[in-house]
Design a protein around this ligand. Sequence first.
Ligand SMILES: Nc1nc2c(ncn2[C@@H]2O[C@H](COP(=O)(O)OP(=O)(O)OP(=O)(O)O)[C@@H](O)[C@H]2O)c(=O)[nH]1
Ligand SMILES: [Mg+2]
Length: 641
Amino acid sequence: MKHIVVGTAGHIDHGKSALVKALTGVDPDRLQEERNRGITIDLGFARYQDGKTDLAFVDVPGHERFVRNMLAGASGIDVVLLVIAADTSVMPQTREHLDICRLLGVTKGIIAITKSDLVDEDIVDLVRLEAEELVAGTFLEQARIVPVSSRTGEGLPRLRSELSGVADGVAGRPVDGLPRLPIDRAFTLRGFGTVVTGTQVSGQIGHDTDLVLLPSERPVRVRGLQVHGEPTSASLAGQRVAVNLGGVEVEDLRRGDTLTTIGSMLPTTRVDCQVVLLSSARELKYGARVRFHQGTTEVMARLAIGPNCDSLEGVSELFPATLLPGARTFVRLHLERPVAVTRDDRFVLRTYSPSVTVAGGVILDPHPGHGRLRTERGCVRLRNLASTKKDAVAVIVSQEAGQGISAASLVPRIGKPLKLIRELLDILIGDGVVCQVGEVFVTKQCIGDVSSRLKDMVVNYHRDYPLGQGLPREEARERLTKYAGVELFQHVVSQLVEEGTFASGLFLSAAGHEIVLTEQETCIKQRLEELFLSAGLTPPELKQVSIDEAFDKSSVDRMITLLVREGVLERLSSLLFHSAVLERLKNDVLAFKKNDNESVPLEMGSFKERFGVSRKYAIPLLEYLDYVHVTRRVGNERIVV
Ligand SMILES: Nc1nc2c(ncn2[C@@H]2O[C@H](COP(=O)(O)OP(=O)(O)OP(=O)(O)O)[C@@H](O)[C@H]2O)c(=O)[nH]1
Ligand SMILES: [Mg+2]
């Protein structure tokens, strides 16, 4: 069974509801108020089957005050049934509804000239001409025009057959997309609880699926499902769906909410998009407050105008101050309430007051950040976003810079399932544009940028600290926080070590970097070594180290640091010893043991006496011997082990 959603469109009182009733046998005007007043206020639903096709009808109100309801119904339809009454012909909402269908990207439809029983054939022909003129240049240009009378039934069989013909040409929607149902109605059904309905935009929703309501991000569970009025275990894209929900009260739901799976979409208050202003509309100024209609949502928005989509000539044209009729322009919409939208979503803009449909567009990035729009860079970004999905992924990855972005986080940005995102990332990796670093993806350019920053930092370090052993990793990472997340930083360091640019080690230093000493420094170093060697176990205190008045203190200190780093000198608490001296001490102490393997006691007193040192030296030296496992403390005693 093929499922098609047909939406009515047309001016008030032109016979839309009567036609739906004549076709389906069901009166779509279900509200008492609608029946009393004889007008449609809110969406109505009906259906009939024709062979293997199930046609679901969404009947919309024609009254100009209820265009917002019309918009909620028109989103998600496959075919529009544009209704024009033979006795009054084309009227304002005929035009507005047609504009809306165009802006929402509806591609198929039929024109019904209703109330044909009220006029003679000449008038029908005149209305046909006016209809043709109206739809010239639109998606309905080639549409069939069928005169009908809901009162006499004339023309209905032909209309049914034309509808089936159009339905045959409707391509099935992909069911492997993200599950998504914009809610157009929510009510309580006795014995069931909360029920919501809508036209499913994409994907599949199954029984017992855990879903999330957006923008509230409230988790809910599917307790039951109906498609076109029949119970089912799963609903698919393109179907009219009723979902019995667990975990939510009807008061917590409203038209415009979206039902989707966790992680598929995120609420947003800022979107970058491409819009086109209707040729019939007045220009829209920068900052204008407009009504944003997407799916079944309506929210107020402010317009920030970006670059013109098409023109490259002249800066004033590239960054227009107003949206001009007919022009395609990139804009950023600042929404006054969070909504669940994603890339490729079509929307309609209406002026605030009076409410008139003026523009439509498509979303390019549902989470654009704060990057500038009206710059050359902003322009390049938007053009790439408007290009292929692959280019859009590359733009978003580059926007996340050194922090990178995971494949899962790209899902709500691109509005496509993880599998497709991974495929796009693989292509970008193959193209050499993007790299995977741990869990995240970053552009190759960004890696190159971090890498050259790091190399510069190390070069500068060696210049500023010629005797330094290298830039501490942690310091480098902190200084690069703005440019690289932890994962990227580690990646770049390993890469630089691997390719032989950096030496491996705790500190970051250029491979092959050698410490070059001045003649004076070499001399100081040598003299220091001699001094500590000859001082043996009783070296001078650090403060008192003096080799020659001629040498400045800081050079001496630097050479001491260098000798310590090279392992020539060893620091034992506040004293420095030559390593050869300590080595000799170790051997001398071990020699106490002679040949037997028994432990020999070693007391402070005997140590002082044997090595001729005072307590000041004996304490650190004995602790050192413990440390290197030559001696061991047992209670208050110390033994040679
Ligand atoms: N003579 C005649 N009257 C019709 C026909 N179709 C509708 N009507 C009458 O036209 C009036 C309006 O019809 P509706 O079907 O409610 O019009 P609508 O387009 O749904 O109006 P809204 O939903 O309010 O925009 C009703 O009184 C209908 O009985 C028709 O084919 N012939
Ligand atoms: Mg109606």
